[in-house]
Ligand binder design. Structure first.
Ligand code: GTP
Ligand code: SPV
Ligand code: MN
Length: 586
């Protein structure tokens, strides 16, 4: 089925181990997709949604114990334990292989084994990378078809002699006790068993495009990041591109598709990507970014015409919904959708909705849809060279501490700000929600190696080019004493993006504080926003006592990574701490 000997031999070995009834090589064609959908409708894996209101849309209900990424079952298996870092779970590669071999043995009996050649990145891009996912889940095939570029052309890319990442996936028996997501970066290999959900199972996404790619990026001198990519067009028609890293379920998809408020005439946002960016220093010395993905696997709850019209207008057709609720008319539904809650609903587990069972849609329910359907999709999204990045934005979900926005003093300080990102945990991963944790560059669950080495890698860019982007930090999630968001967020975030673009062009004002440049109240355009001067002041305030505590916490965090933490980051921390102490004393 392929002229690539290495691929043919691997598929044969996997088939001998997993014992499938059939092997199907995916060509990515519409006919193949149609057949898979029919089979999944027949088996109950998919439910057809209302054809009139949602043409060609389907609902999948995952196993109730399999609804999010499992960070505690995700491992980096490097020869040297230290290389994985305390930011990862580590397992000895030989031990991991043996464990997985047992779990994979005979696991595809009675099932079809699908072989999915895929490309991450635009066809013809020097930055695109190939992989092959072997899976026994037709749902995974249907999702990979949207999220990556699968089939014939990708196989040809591999057959032209390019290296590829080997990903083996089986839903196994879906028992959480037999669920593992293993990464072998030294062998460009992924093995995943026991989950059919999102990042655990669509191996091109977090496993390849972040964990394996971040390892490759370090050795090859580029960056694989958990970042959205967007273009900001100003009223003169000039577009600047920014990359932004926020932790899971902290606003990347929403910012990537932002619709500017009525009052900001002439401003427009173009969507390049909503989750992952691969960035290389280009021939001109600037940082150029591609989106390795071809689709969006986005959070449904909270998505509405009011919060994200571009997203709603992307979702009308040809969409796979996972774990959302359904109306009696077969329309998808979730908390935060426009309009009233329908009187009768079927919840994400297929039961009549009862508030006693929690929300109707699972908080991590998602949609899978082709990026090309997005009305704001950038005409540069498939450019082989990518887009040139003017600003990098870090952010987190923090009800206190972090101001609405600040700009780092320079690259080194920007890397510090990224390393120090903290955020409240969300439903995107199994575990407690709402707990503040450090999530450096929003990569805590996704960096395939030691964070100390990762921060050093980030710092190394300043020795290789003088044209690095400016670095910013934002927080849309500050709350008041009543627990209400102080900043309206969503489309209104455009006001902050405008300040960022103007800072890059040397046009906007700011005050220097110990933690960076913070806009004064007059520097951000809040006309027509309806928030008071004092609220804006509070959103931009740097409380020295709070920040003293924050620096103590960051120091302890850095210390937990031992000797590989770059001296430059400790110096940044010491400088900030000294300035804060001086201001407290004053
Ligand atoms: P992943 O796909 O998990 O990586 O998430 P993401 O970073 O793309 O987050 P997404 O844009 O899907 O937003 C997650 C949740 O945060 C949704 O419920 C949104 O409605 C909500 N959200 C996004 N932006 C804002 C904002 O500016 N303000 C507030 N208050 N909520 C927001
Ligand atoms: C995330 O959790 O950051 C996601 C969803 O984007 S998943 O594909 O499950 O990783
Ligand atoms: Mn994500």
């Amino acid at each position: 089925m392929t002229t690539n000997q290495e691929l043919a031999a691997w598929v044969k070995t996997v088939a001998a181990l997993t014992q499938p009834d059939r092997i199907h090589w995916c060509d990515g064609s519409p006919e193949e997709h149609g057949r898979l959908i029919d089979e999944m409708l027949a088996s109950g894996t998919l439910i057809k949604l209302n054809e009139r209101t949602h043409p060609n849309c389907f609902l999948h209900r995952s196993d109730p114990s399999d609804v999010a990424r499992v960070e505690h079952l995700t491992y980096i298996c490097t020869q040297n334990e230290d290389d994985a870092g305390s930011n990862n779970n580590w397992m000895d590669p030989a031990e991991a292989r043996a464990k997985m071999e047992q779990l994979f043995a005979g696991c595809m009996r009675g099932r079809t084994m699908y072989v999915i050649p895929y490309l991450m990145g635009p066809y013809g891009s020097p930055y695109a990378r190939a992989g092959v996912e072997i899976t026994d889940s037709p749902y995974v095939v249907a999702n990979m078809r949207v999220m990556a570029r699968i089939g014939k052309r990708s196989l040809e890319h591999i057959e032209s002699g390019k290296t590829f990442v080997k990903g083996l996936h089986s839903i196994g028996d879906l028992n959480p006790d037999r669920r593992f997501i293993m990464h072998f970066p030294e062998e460009l290999m992924i093995q995943s068993v026991g989950s059919g959900y999102g990042g655990n199972a669509l191996l091109g996404k977090k496993c390849h495009a972040l964990r394996i790619a971040s390892w490759q990026a370090r050795t090859e001198g580029w960056l694989a990041e958990h970042m959205l990519l967007l273009g900001i067009q100003d009223p003169d028609g000039h577009t600047s591109y920014v990359a932004a890293a926020f932790p899971s379920a902290c606003g990347k998809t929403n910012l990537a598709m932002l619709s500017p408020p009525e009052t900001m005439k002439g401003w427009k946002v173009w969507t390049v990507g909503d989750d992952i960016a691969w960035m290389h220093i280009g021939p001109d010395g600037r940082l150029w970014a591609i989106n390795p993905e071809a689709g969006f696997f986005g959070v449904a709850p909270g998505t509405s015409l009011k919060t994200n019209a571009n997203c709603m207008n992307t979702l009308g057709r040809d969409t796979i919904y996972t774990n959302v609720a359904m109306t009696p008319d077969g329309e998808p539904w979730w908390e935060g959708l426009d309009g009233e809650r329908p009187a009768k609903l079927i919840d994400w587990q297929g039961r009549p909705y009862d508030p006693a069972n929690g929300p109707a849609a699972h908080p991590n329910s998602r949609f899978t849809v082709a990026a090309s359907q997005c009305p704001s999709y950038s005409d540069k999204a498939n450019a082989p060279e990518g887009v040139p990045i003017s600003a990098i934005i870090f952010g987190g979900r923090r009800s206190t501490v972090a101001p609405l926005v600040f700009e780092a003093m320079d690259w080194e300080h920007g890397v510090f700000a990224g390393a120090a990102v903290a955020s409240e945990t969300t439903a995107a991963a199994v575990g407690a929600v709402g707990q503040v944790r450090r999530d450096s560059m929003a990569m805590k669950p996704f960096c395939g190696y030691h964070f100390g080495d990762y921060w050093n890698h980030w710092l190394s860019f300043q020795t290789r080019t003088s044209k690095l982007p400016r670095v910013f930090h934002v927080n849309w999630f500050r709350k008041d004493e009543n627990g209400k968001f102080m900043w309206p967020g969503y489309g209104e975030n455009m006001r902050v993006l405008k300040w960022i673009v103007e800072r890059c062009n040397g046009k906007a004002g700011a005050a220097r504080t110990p933690i960076g440049f913070v806009p004064g109240p007059g520097d951000i355009d809040v006309s027509g926003l309806g928030i008071g001067e004092e609220v804006l002041r509070a959103l931009l305030a740097i409380d020295h006592d709070v920040w003293e505590h924050e620096t103590t916490d960051i120091a302890a965090y850095f210390a937990s990574f031992g000797e590989r933490v770059p001296a430059a980051l400790k110096q940044q921390l010491a400088r900030i701490r000294a300035e804060i102490d001086a201001q407290r004393a004053a």
